[in-house]
Design a protein around this ligand. Sequence first.
Ligand code: HXC
Length: 513
Amino acid sequence: MAGIRLRHSGLREQITGGDSAAVERQHALGKLTARERLDLLLDEGTFLEIDMYRRRQGGGLRSGGRRPYTDGVITGSGEIFGRRVFVYAQDFTVFGGSLGEAHAAKIHKLMDLALAAGAPLIALNDSGGARIQEGVVALNGYGGIFQRHVRASGVIPQISVILGPCAGGAAYSPALTDFTFMVRDTAQMYLTGPDVVEAVSGQRVTHAELGGAEVHGGRSGVATFVHDDEESCLEDVRYLVSLLPGNNLEPAPASPPLGAASDERPALAEIVPVEPNKPYDMRRVIDEVVDPDSVLELHEHWARNVICALARIDGEVVGVVANQPMMLAGVLDAVAAQKAARFVRFCDAFGIPLLTLVDVPGFLPGVDQEHAGVIRHGAKLLYAYCEATVPRIQVIVRKAYGGAYIVMDSRSIGTDLSLAWPANEVAVMGAAGAVNVIFRKELAAAEDPEGLRAELIAEYTRELMHPHYSAERGLVDDVIDPVQTRAAVARGLAMLRTKRGSSPQRKHGNVPL
Ligand code: HXC
């Protein structure tokens, strides 16, 4: 006897998206359709679609008879490099990807599943925002998404990919996730579009000027990654997922070790100039310390005086925070502190060890910074490190002065292992500045102030800034040969692999937002 089978109605095959004109328009804009994007994102043949037949239940302003299946969003689960993810892809060819009641309910269901399964959530956003003709139920739908993002925060990685316009609620959803990708020319994010901006302020701006990828990747810091096209963007989403654990209770996926614990890197002796103020590219140091071709830099074009990157060391995923002497001499400022703080908190939430490479002259002084709230923003980074319980390794590459030394994962705020290169200079401030402050009267009274100044600077350097000053006091655990850095960090990570951290019982801390 034949079993019960789904009668082949052909309906499933018809559910592709909007009509051919809408698809053509999408392609003409340089954009892929939602299903084409899913094909690129996921391992072939792994997508399991959910709620394909869902659609709008009548009602709404002049809604007519249009009730397309999917309701403008494709939801389901698949695999990336064999690991489970949950994904939704908004379909601009159906109601402009706008979010109505059914559309939102599908996303809610998917988010609940992702959280229950403990697997990353990926949102491919391409949407006109709240579906205007559905009124308050559309707003209610967004509220449900926001609430779920926050509930899942720190439990599963959440990734937003912006592949078209994202207005209003469509912009707040990414803002609540861990990573935001944007594609140049086709992606925009703003709370209110150019028309509203002109009506309110008289200012005329284009979509790109208001909220394009360049703006959010370089100025606002809203976008974590910026790409030229959808293909390379989705490729990088796949790479990011390969570095992340499925949830906060799993370790990040390790790749085979490369024998880093005995790996000497002669180039490290050459990259960093001995003169404390001479610039160099810290990315070259990072490249020598981590596994080849493993670096994924976040916010590459924003707050460039600090580098935040995910990478592998001997196969193990680490989060690297590093000052960048090539930009603003590597100072910390308000935006750099925000960038690094958020990254440190992400790594801590997902059990990713932290490697901090220090070469910092201090916090950037100035009226602009004080008025921009550098105290408040700097405190975010301080707070993030103080709170982090993952394995933490600090390497002082050259100088580390004042509050910036403390903030960059010093012993006093809980680093587990502090290593320093021989040229390390750790002090309240540099020798010249220090001598000016503490010997002001003597210098003013001296017959040969410049001679005395030189003498005092030499004395200060000799007494307070010699390579073993911090190590003699236990604030640095070892002074290492630079060429040994990769090996020393790999050994340190192995030593700390079983570290367990705990925090006092509380509802949550009050991070200075
Ligand atoms: C319903 C929408 C829509 C929306 C677009 N469409 N946005 N339908 N609700 N929000 C429909 C259009 O009517 C059109 O349908 C199709 O999608 C394609 O839109 P076009 O305008 O032709 O496309 P384009 O020229 O590329 O412009 C895209 C756009 C523009 C920039 C997104 O459509 C736009 O400005 N939309 C409104 C954006 C907005 O203000 N959203 C509300 C945000 S407030 P047809 O049938 O003609 O193909 C919000 C509240 C939540 O989200 C706030 C929470 C904090």
